[in-house]
Design a protein around this ligand. Sequence first.
Ligand SMILES: Nc1ccn([C@@H]2O[C@H](COP(=O)(O)OP(=O)(O)OP(=O)(O)O)[C@@H](O)[C@H]2O)c(=O)n1
Ligand SMILES: C[C@](O)(CO)[C@H](O)COP(=O)(O)O
Length: 238
Amino acid sequence: MVIPAAGRGVRLGPGAPKALRALNGTPMLIHAVRAMAASRAVSLVVVVAPSDGAAEVKNLLDDHALPERTDYLVVPGGETRQESVHLGLQALPEGITTVLVHDAARPLVPVETVDAVIEAVRDGAVAVVPALPVADTVKEVEPAEKPGDPEQVVATPVRARLRAVQTPQGFDHDTLVNAHATIALTGEGATDDAGMVERLGAPVVVVPGHEEAFKVTRPLDLVLAEAVLARRRANDGF
Ligand SMILES: Nc1ccn([C@@H]2O[C@H](COP(=O)(O)OP(=O)(O)OP(=O)(O)O)[C@@H](O)[C@H]2O)c(=O)n1
Ligand SMILES: C[C@](O)(CO)[C@H](O)COP(=O)(O)O
């Protein structure tokens, strides 16, 4: 599996690259790696590190207790998430049939969600995304022509048909590699891997996501993540 962890975390504010910031004293990346390695089906984790931080990430993995049945590799990432995932895929050895891609920024995904994605791929799906219904009504807007101008609403998609998509996303290996070889990088790149597979015309299916698989993006998400960890610790205590 591939964990893109090369992002800077601009929306989180100044500090170390997001994946290296601590949640309850442990780097977010270590939480994410443990969450993936908790699945007995995960045998190899390729971590895509900030381009200037591969050695630091390797040391971090060496310094933390991780399941021994899993192998770990670290490769330097790129300028966009799409590029980083592509670099991670290139580091996978031959013979892998199922590949997961999981954001380091989703450190608290439960193992049940990981296993549900893997099972759906093993049952024959080409691409699988965990997802939740959206709570807010979502509007499509026409971006403002200049800063300060109001955005114009152009559509209100039917909420019942919308899903907020999480990771890990699971794929038939060759299909994902083909998508990354085919879909050109434009602008900030594809925002998820399943979207690239959709653009090949291949089917993508949804399995239930989990509210604890949220993405740590803004400062308030750190507060929520630490609260979830505290709740888990309290529950373990009983
Ligand atoms: N060049 C990049 C950009 C993002 N990612 C990874 O993709 C995941 C999802 O990206 P996001 O949450 O947007 O992280 P950042 O790009 O770090 O956030 P921001 O946009 O706020 O800078 C993260 O695990 C991030 O490390 C990556 O590997 N390489
Ligand atoms: C892949 C993803 O987590 C699915 O919701 C999301 O698209 C990543 O977006 P980001 O802007 O790179 O955080």
